[in-house]
Design a protein around this ligand. Structure first.
Ligand code: IVH
Length: 667
């Protein structure tokens, strides 16, 4: 074949395959048999291999995955990706409708399903997909193009050679989650909790082959720039996107003119919900006219022209078989419900936390009670109430324990607090929990040292303290002989331990388990103090003046870094060779932001304080709550407080809204 004939054939094959993909995955009607499809695909693959000059990153051959990235790049959304205000009953929808009417609008609305997945932004240039990003914090998302390309219903080339951004939801169909979990159960792997986490986990894979296997799908529901295409209503925008080749939920979406029709739509959808092949967690109601949308505008977080009605969380009945007690790493005792296993929202629930004694007493729970269990969209199941009418007289009253279930020492309740604590610092349960926490994913991320193994290693005497983890190599032979460990997994474990020594400081700081210091706070702190000596030398005030750090956390931090045992632990970890510096992994840089300390005061119209603070931090800035000599810049919005006066008094640089907005826009 001549070169131009090859090119023609390649283009033709791509057209055939794109069309077949569209028909199969968007319209749900196939015109090619599987064999025909495979035949064309193989022909195209062979031609692209033999003539790499005609290969294209958006060829349908790329749908199978294969591209591997080494990290997720951050991307800034030119138009922020907002979320929606939740409403939970009809009266709140009425209130929304009233607010719309008050603006002098005579609305029609579009009702849509609220798809339970994660939102995505798709960008096309001249009709070709150029990148796809997650929502992230709404301003900065992550580039997930390599994985999105593997989603069959996402067109790599659309029907018009235009520049466009569309937004929608990536989701995992219910059946796919079921199949994956069946397989994982056979392989004794932990089950994926729900469709949303499963979809989000799949999209966060570096290797797009894995994402491709997860059979994700999309519904597209938002056009951020409708005026660029002369579009006047949301309904038109949906039709326009559908015509371009996107998967738009035409069967579900409905234009309604008032509350009555909305209620009917909600009712019908609630009935249909269970039989849908994908999970929805509510209904989104959007004002249809784009001019009216503009009139209604936005708050800092939400559009004022739409609400998300959330379905009530699903509840099921089961038996409360027992209440057992666990000891956390701080010594806190938690009562836990042991339940007759029930499936709720796609996953099996066997346990639920009962938080503390007061919670159990308030709910009047007894062992053998029939209880209702609720699971909202998220992972944590909750005991709603006991069913009084189902009591038989065989129920056993709840009794709070007096002694630690593990070490037997007498429990203490702190003044004005509801929790009981095991105060024994040598309690094995506390130590095991602390070690598990140290190795956990968001802390030192040592793969292979999960709950059960750590308990074994502790009981065998191999790991009693954090430094023991780094001496595990001395027990290599013992480990190999341990049940469940082979030669290879011991090697993997030992190298994971070794690798963890070079983690950036925030992981270690979080792993140390200082009361109240979560992973996000740990990151914020290391950006300010840079290395462990910064923490050891900090005063109480140095901690307290940081935005987000209140007096309790400041005291916890100060106490931790002035305790002799903790100082000795840190010294020992230093001598083992652990990195003690913030490495600023993936950190972005901006001359006007990086390394500076900011204080924010007053209201900004283009963003809220938390988002801006996160953004500054992600560029290596730090934010504090009070102005001091150490402050570099005070950002001043409308109605600033006394911080503004203090800044002027101390002669500190001041940025007004215009200045910060222009910097944010340039990022
Ligand atoms: S519209 C500016 N429509 O729900 C409006 N969102 O709670 C942007 N979602 O972040 C959102 N189905 O991830 C819209 N039909 C739908 C939706 C939907 C699911 C998600 C989306 C959004 C979240 C808001």
């Amino acid at each position: 074949m001549k070169n131009n004939e090859v090119e023609q054939r390649i283009l033709e094959l791509r057209k055939i395959l794109n069309k077949a993909n569209y028909e199969y995955y968007v319209l749900d009607q196939s015109t090619l048999t599987d064999q025909e499809f495979d035949k064309y695909l193989r022909e195209l693959e062979n031609l692209e291999k033999a003539y790499p000059e005609f290969d294209s990153p958006n060829s349908p051959t790329k749908k199978v995955g294969g591209q591997v990235i080494d990290r997720f790049q951050k991307v800034k959304h030119q138009i922020p990706m907002l979320s929606l205000p939740d409403v939970f009953d009809i009266s709140e929808i009425e209130a929304f409708h009233e607010r719309v009417l008050k603006e002098g609008i005579k609305p029609t609305y579009v009702c849509e399903y609220k798809i339970d997945g994660l939102s995505v932004s798709l960008h096309y240039e001249k009709g070709e997909l150029i990148f796809a990003a997650t929502r992230g914090d709404g301003v900065i998302g992550e580039d997930i193009t390599h994985n999105v390309k593997t989603i069959k219903s996402v067109p790599l080339t659309i029907n018009e050679p235009i520049d466009i951004e569309v937004r929608g939801e990536i989701y995992m169909p219910k059946k796919v989650l079921e199949d994956i979990n069946k397989k994982r159960e056979k392989e004794s792997l932990p089950l994926l909790q729900n469709v949303r986490n499963a979809a989000a986990g799949s999209i966060r894979q570096l290797d797009s082959k894995i994402a491709a296997e997860r059979k994700l799908d999309t519904w597209i529901y938002h056009l951020p720039n409708p005026e660029d295409y002369g579009i006047k209503t949301h309904e038109e925008a949906l039709n326009f996107m559908s015509k371009l080749g996107f998967k738009v939920n035409k069967e579900a979406n409905k234009v309604v003119s008032g509350l009555e029709e909305m209620e009917e739509y909600i009712q019908k959808t609630a009935e249909k919900r269970k039989s849908l092949p994908y999970e929805i967690d509510g209904i989104v109601i959007k004002v249809n006219s784009l001019e009216s949308q503009k009139k209604l505008g936005f708050t800092s977080k939400y559009p004022k022209w739409a609400v998300a009605y959330k379905f009530p969380a699903e509840e099921v009945l089961t038996t409360l078989k027992d209440i057992i007690f666990t000891v956390g790493r701080t010594g806190r005792i938690t009562p836990n419900a042991v339940l007759d296993p029930v499936i709720i929202m796609g996953s099996t629930v066997k346990r639920a936390t009962l938080h503390n004694e007061d919670y159990v007493l308030l709910k009047d729970l007894k062992i053998n009670d029939i209880v209702s269990i609720r699971k909202a969209g998220d992972v944590i199941p909750e005991v709603v109430e006991r069913k009084l009418e189902r009591r038989t007289g065989c129920e056993k009253p709840f009794q709070m324990i007096k002694n630690c279930p593990i070490c037997g020492s007498v429990l203490e309740k702190r003044k004005d607090q509801v929790d009981y604590y095991c105060m024994n610092p040598h309690c094995p349960a506390r130590k095991i929990e602390a070690l598990i926490h140290y190795c956990s994913r968001k802390a030192m991320n040592i793969d292979g040292l999960g709950d059960e193994i750590m308990e074994d290693l502790f009981n065998l005497g191999f790991v009693k303290t954090i430094p023991d983890i780094y001496a595990l190599y001395k027990h290599k032979q013992d480990l190999i002989e341990l049940e469940g460990f082979g030669n290879k997994s011991v090697d993997n474990l030992l190298s994971a331990i070794e690798d963890s020594k070079s983690n950036s400081l925030e992981r270690l700081l979080f792993g140390l388990g200082i009361s109240g210091i979560g992973d996000k706070t740990a990151l914020l702190l290391v950006k300010i103090f840079k290395n462990i000596d910064g923490f050891l030398n900090a005063s109480y005030e140095d901690f307290e003046c940081i935005y987000d750090i209140g007096p309790i956390l400041a005291q916890n931090l100060y106490d931790y870094f002035h305790n002799v045992e903790n100082i000795a632990l840190i010294e020992e970890l230093k001598s083992i060779g652990l990195n003690m510096n913030y490495l600023g992994e993936n950190e972005r840089h901006h001359d006007l932001i990086s390394g500076k300390r900011f204080v924010l005061t007053g209201t900004l119209s283009f963003t809220d304080r938390d988002s801006l603070s996160n953004l500054l931090i992600s560029y290596g800035g730090a934010t504090s709550s009070s102005v001091s000599k150490k402050t570099d810049v005070v950002i001043v919005g409308e109605n600033p407080g006394s911080k503004y006066d203090k800044a002027r008094e101390l002669n500190i640089e001041i940025w007004d809204e215009k200045k910060i907005k222009s910097i944010v826009d340039s990022l």
